[in-house]
Design a protein around this ligand. Sequence first.
Ligand code: UTP
Length: 284
Amino acid sequence: MIRTAVIPVAGLGTRFLPATKAIPKEMIPIIDKPTIQYIVEEALDSGIEHIIFITGRNKSAIANHFDYHPELESHLKETNKMDELKGVRELVSRARFSFVRQNEPKGLGHAVLCARHLIGKDESFAVMLGDDVIDAEVPALRQMMDVHEEKQVPVLALQKVSHQDVSKYGVVAGEYISESLLKVSGLVEKPKPADAPSDLAIIGRYILSYKVFRFIEETNADGTGEIQLTNALSQYHDIYGLLFMGKRYDAGNKLDYLRATVELALKREEFREPFTAYLKNLLK
Ligand code: UTP
């Protein structure tokens, strides 16, 4: 059973400057919730009980967001704002939250390694990236946990991307064992389109075993000085990729962030009608 999710949030968020100069990019809201809350809710709805954030400097807003706020809570109670009270309190009570500092942003692989002392030696755990918001009927992580429970192997989330976009992702080679499940035979980080083994990109959800920490330690930093998780994962012999059902937004990319805001707003009961009318009028 997967009970723990590691969520690295120590990156500098340079693609979202100037917003991210003083605010963690994970705290930028989509409508009224910080991006990171969508990811945490996916984890909780999948059955995760312990969330380990890998944080860095300037990220204290994330720790505050996932903690109780007694003054705010008593104010909401006194002013009878019970829905708002439930919204801020319930989220925090649904899991345990731990925070580990990554002293230098030395890459995603290095960020994951920082969680080692909080993971059991026989434990498999999830890694979820704070950038990838996935809108799905069954939470994407739950879909991956179902595969893991059946096969007892590490699982990567995959999505088909356009051929020219492969160079932005880790890309896999492999063989389909069903319509949506692939046995992975190779992984390449950010290949040139001409060298890519497929158009199947790794999206920010992983189920990994404790062994990955040794693999990360054995992985050399790349040309930019970062230890890439994809390179460490190449050492797994038995690893699967799941083409999950759902729509993914890269909230660290400004255009995709705008799409997420519009599409998720249109799914909200309170906004659907007036916002649709507004958009229709705007585009007339
Ligand atoms: P990204 O490369 O998308 O995040 O890493 P970034 O570095 O914050 O963003 P840009 O590219 O400069 O805009 C994917 C995830 O891994 C985390 C990031 O916080 C992000 O959620 N990460 C990355 C770390 O925690 N530590 C690192 O050293 C690198």
